[in-house]
Design a protein around this ligand. Structure first.
Ligand SMILES: Cc1cc2nc3c(=O)[nH]c(=O)nc-3n(C[C@H](O)[C@H](O)[C@H](O)COP(=O)(O)O)c2cc1C
Length: 331
């Protein structure tokens, strides 16, 4: 009998710990169905961006907004929304919910704790099983302190938390001075999960044209390392679900993330590069790995977390000192 892959993520029961993260593949019904056929545990829809719903000059809509206690505020917010874009996104949530028998996570992407966060309730009403809030930001203001940026992020999270009853996950970058503390404070803000990590799109420079180039490329497996470290450190220290994203291309990558403590592993680049069938391959490979090692997901998960691994220094400065020291000694 193949290994049991049943997983709990954000309080939801998933048939397996593989999740298709936000990408163009989760934005179309055809590819969503194909992902379900490959045995994906849940899907995260592409993001609805703050910039897309907080601007525009569409007319207010009675049908779209039903919040009672903030009715006045809500109406003024809805007066500024790009209605077509929002409606198309809500249709995607409804269609995906109707078509798929797996959890559908809607994704909101923004940085400002403003009226746009009311969109979260619309996503919930449209049938989203959970919401993933992506707080991608590039902080360029030399006068904004790290503390003030963290406060703003927490206010945003609290604003979205207030809007919905469905589980809320936050997708974060690793670029915080004290990441463990940020994770702890998000737990206090009653988020249900942390998605580690947001992948920053870094600009490149075209030296022929002498201009800045977008520099977008799909991920590589080496990128998983940063998430491996923080999943390992947080496992058992914060009482929320943990998702790994960034560099999961193969069964080996998925197993590594689970061993350090991920509840679920997410993929996007591998599926875009290799095709949706890659998801089924990873799923089959994960079950085979569990069989081969005569273990279960519950036992394997977190076995190499910092608390459990027997070598906590491996995740700290000590590892850096040892590794760099050894490399220097070889010269
Ligand atoms: C083409 C493309 C579009 C993406 N769009 C979104 C998005 O809308 N929202 C989001 O949170 N992440 C988005 N991502 C990020 C992925 O969900 C994922 O976190 C990231 O690519 C790292 O995982 P990977 O190494 O498996 O690709 C996108 C990634 C790709 C490649």
């Amino acid at each position: 009998m193949p290994a049991d892959l049943t997983t709990t993520y954000l309080g939801l029961t998933l048939e397996c710990p593989l999740v298709a993260s936000s990408s163009p593949l989760t934005g179309k019904l055809e590819s969503l169905r194909a992902l379900a056929e490959q045995g994906v545990g849940a899907v995260v829809l592409p993001s609805l961006f703050e910039e897309e719903v907080a601007n525009g000059d569409g007319p207010p809509s009675d049908a779209l907004w039903h919040a009672d206690e903030h009715a006045g505020e809500a109406a003024s917010y809805m007066a500024t929304v790009d209605r077509d874009h929002l409606d198309a996104y809500l249709d995607l949530v409804r269609d995906a919910r109707r078509e798929l028998e797996i959890p559908v996570v809607a994704s909101l992407n923004g940085v400002t704790p403003g009226g746009w966060t009311r969109t979260a309730e619309l996503l919930q009403e449209a049938g989203a099983d959970a919401i993933e809030l992506n707080v991608y930001a590039v902080e360029t203001d030399p006068y904004a302190s790290g503390a003030s940026i963290e406060e703003r992020m927490l206010r945003l999270v609290l604003a979205v938390r207030r809007e919905v009853r469905v589980p809320l996950a936050v997708k974060l970058s690793p670029y915080y001075t004290a990441f463990a503390n940020v994770a702890h404070r998000l737990t206090d803000a009653r988020v249900d999960g942390l998605v580690l990590f947001n992948r920053f799109v870094q600009p490149d420079v075209d030296i022929g044209a002498i201009e800045v180039a977008p520099g977008f490329e799909l991920s590589r497996p080496e990128e998983l390392r940063v998430a491996l470290r923080w999943l390992a450190i947080l496992r058992g220290r914060v009482d929320v679900s943990l998702a790994a994203t960034g560099g999961i291309h193969t069964t080996e990558d998925a197993v590594k993330a689970i061993l350090v403590g991920a509840d679920v592993v997410m993929t996007a680049s591998a599926l875009l590069r290799e095709g949706i069938g890659r998801l089924g391959d990873i799923r089959t490979g994960l079950a085979a790995w569990l069989d081969e090692h005569e273990t279960s997901l519950a036992v394997a998960r977190g076995r190499l977390s910092q608390i459990a691994c027997g070598n906590p220094r491996a995740y700290e400065r000590a590892q850096y000192v040892e590794t760099v020291g050894a490399a220097n000694a070889m010269r």
